[in-house]
Design a protein around this ligand. Structure first.
Ligand SMILES: C[S@@+](CC[C@H](N)C(=O)[O-])C[C@H]1O[C@@H](n2cnc3c(N)ncnc32)[C@H](O)[C@@H]1O
Ligand code: SF4
Length: 496
């Protein structure tokens, strides 16, 4: 796509807005052709405010409009520029292509953050919904969703304690690779052979990490073992992993302990029973879809029957909080297939359901065809709407949400929960209210310093473990990373 920008404009924001209308488009010299869409945008400032003049052209048609937004005392000038830029691009793009994007000018990962900020400024729920609609061009049903999520999060977060933290443990191995997935995970027979060595190092690092948390006097609120597929470990390995955790920390003081089992073909009654006996309180058993045809299409090596068996065994083993991940908008899927899968999942009454929208990932084997990689996203929007209506009808509430780039139709990912079963870790992770210590390859620890009562934004320091198990084993950066974490606390948390 061609861009001609003039004035104080955030080019990255404009590019992200353009990608709503032209998904997958590239910017820059190498791709320029006269047939490419063209956006011309000019921002002119006066002491009173900002005027944006935008015109977008494609396929012989052009849409053009001018907008003005006044500077006010209550709004930082950068936000005024951003809003008028957003309004101009979304309006001309919408006029040109007869399309109204669901999230309007919001392009960020956390649309509910805007709702949270408005609620924190003292606006009522109704007013926040209205403001998302009028100020940010978010369509009413998504404005309602973002506000509901913000309220649910607020209720759970309360006033964060500076001593709180959570812990993430990474098992980046899977039995086979699903075609849509770009997560770092080893799947080949040779690399899976690293698991025993990986586990030994992980157990050591778990001890060191909880040791530091203890020394710093922190309180662990949630633990999450994620992947990859943690239940690729055999029963004995799971026992050792969980014993290392319970040996390092009193699990009676932890409110939520998740084992993201994930792939039904790795789940057995015995593994889940061990998990429950050793303190796990929440597990994911993920179908993605219950259509065997779609499962085959996305290269997921299990069937719907495998999922049902794994789900039943997990329940029988005594897991009281089960999460099921679904994906809307998968290649080969349609509204009929998806809604019938969704109905079947809800009839099982899992405590959590997480609905993702299919996201086209560069590093995945499966890249979308033209129909999937489209502005309107085929049936995905209808599927996403269905999950939001049906879940509420069946007694679930949306409690966390995020968006990703290159998602079909630019839709969102939403976590639904029965009352009292909202996943704390998901909220803590998304809202960045306290530190997340991390262990293992591909893990990212986030050191967070935030005092909401004092206002301001959280200060976040990310600590990256080596991405691949091989590097993690070879380089052994754990001591160095834990030293950085200690320094962060010693420098910033002098009040603890
Ligand atoms: C970290 S992944 C792993 C979970 C587990 N290994 C499994 O496959 O069941 C968490 C979730 O992200 C979602 N996901 C992964 N790749 C995706 C993609 N390309 N588009 C949308 N959702 C995706 C899936 O629903 C998946 O269950
Ligand atoms: S979707 Fe899950 S099981 Fe499949 S490759 Fe990705 S992490 Fe592994």
């Amino acid at each position: 796509m061609r861009l001609k920008l003039e004035g104080n404009i955030n080019q990255y924001y404009v590019q992200t807005l353009c990608m709503i209308f032209f998904p997958g488009t590239k910017f820059g010299q190498a791709t320029v052709s006269r047939d490419d869409p063209l956006l011309q945008l000019k921002l002119k400032e006066s002491p009173e405010g900002v005027t944006a003049t935008a015109s977008m052209s494609y396929g012989g048609n052009t849409a053009k409009q001018t907008f003005f937004r006044a500077f006010t005392e209550n709004e930082p000038a950068d936000l005024t520029r951003k809003k008028v830029t957003g309004e101009a691009v979304v309006t001309v793009g919408g006029d040109l292509l007869s399309y109204r994007p669901s999230w309007g000018m919001l392009t960020g990962v956390r649309p509910s953050k805007v709702a949270t900020e408005l609620l924190n400024e003292g606006f009522s729920k109704t007013r926040v919904r209205k403001m998302l609609n009028t100020e940010y061009m978010v369509i009413p049903k998504k404005a309602a969703l973002a506000t509901d999520v913000a309220l649910a999060e607020k209720k759970i977060i309360g006033i964060p304690d500076r001593r709180d933290c959570s812990v993430y443990i990474s098992i980046p191995f899977c039995p086979t690779r699903c075609a849509y997935c770009s997560f770092v995970s080893y799947t080949s027979r040779k690399l899976l052979g690293l698991i025993p060595e990986y586990l030994e190092r992980l157990l050591e690092d778990i001890g060191k990490t909880f040791g530091l948390i203890k020394e710093l006097g922190l309180n662990v609120r949630s633990i999450y073992i994620g992947g990859g597929t943690p239940t690729i470990l055999d029963g004995e390995q799971i026992k050792r992993l969980l014993a290392a955790i319970s040996g390092a920390w009193d699990l009676g003081r932890v409110e939520e302990f998740t084992l993201e089992a994930g792939r039904p073909d790795t789940i057995t009654y015995e593994k889940m029973k061990t998990a429950v006996e050793m303190g796990v309180t929440r597990c994911s058993v993920n179908p993605q879809t219950l259509s065997d045809d779609v499962l085959r299409e996305i290269g997921r090596a299990h069937t719907a029957v495998d999922f049902m068996r794994a789900y039943e065994e997990t329940r029988k083993a005594g897991v009281h909080c089960i999460n099921t991940d679904m994906i809307a908008g998968l290649p080969g899927d349609n509204f009929g297939i998806f809604s019938s899968s969704y109905d079947k999942i809800l009839s099982l009454q899992p405590e959590n359901v997480t609905v993702h929208t299919f996201c086209v990932k560069k590093a995945a084997d499966l890249r979308a065809g033209a129909d999937v990689y489209s502005m309107r996203g085929g049936d995905a929007g209808k599927c996403v709407d269905y999950t939001q209506i049906k879940s509420v009808q069946m007694g679930y509430k949306p409690y966390y949400m995020y968006r990703q780039k290159n998602t079909v139709g630019n839709f969102e990912n939403v976590g639904f929960a029965k009352d009292g079963y909202e996943s704390l870790y998901n909220i803590f992770m998304m809202e960045e209210i306290h530190s997340i210590f991390a262990v293992g390859a591909g893990a990212v620890a986030k050191m967070v310093d935030w005092t909401p009562e004092k206002g301001g934004k959280p200060v976040i320091n990310r600590l990256f473990y080596d991405k691949y198990p091989y590097e993690y084993l070879a380089k052994n950066k754990t001591d160095e990373l834990l030293e950085q974490a200690r320094k962060f606390y010693e420098e910033r948390f002098t009040d603890l």
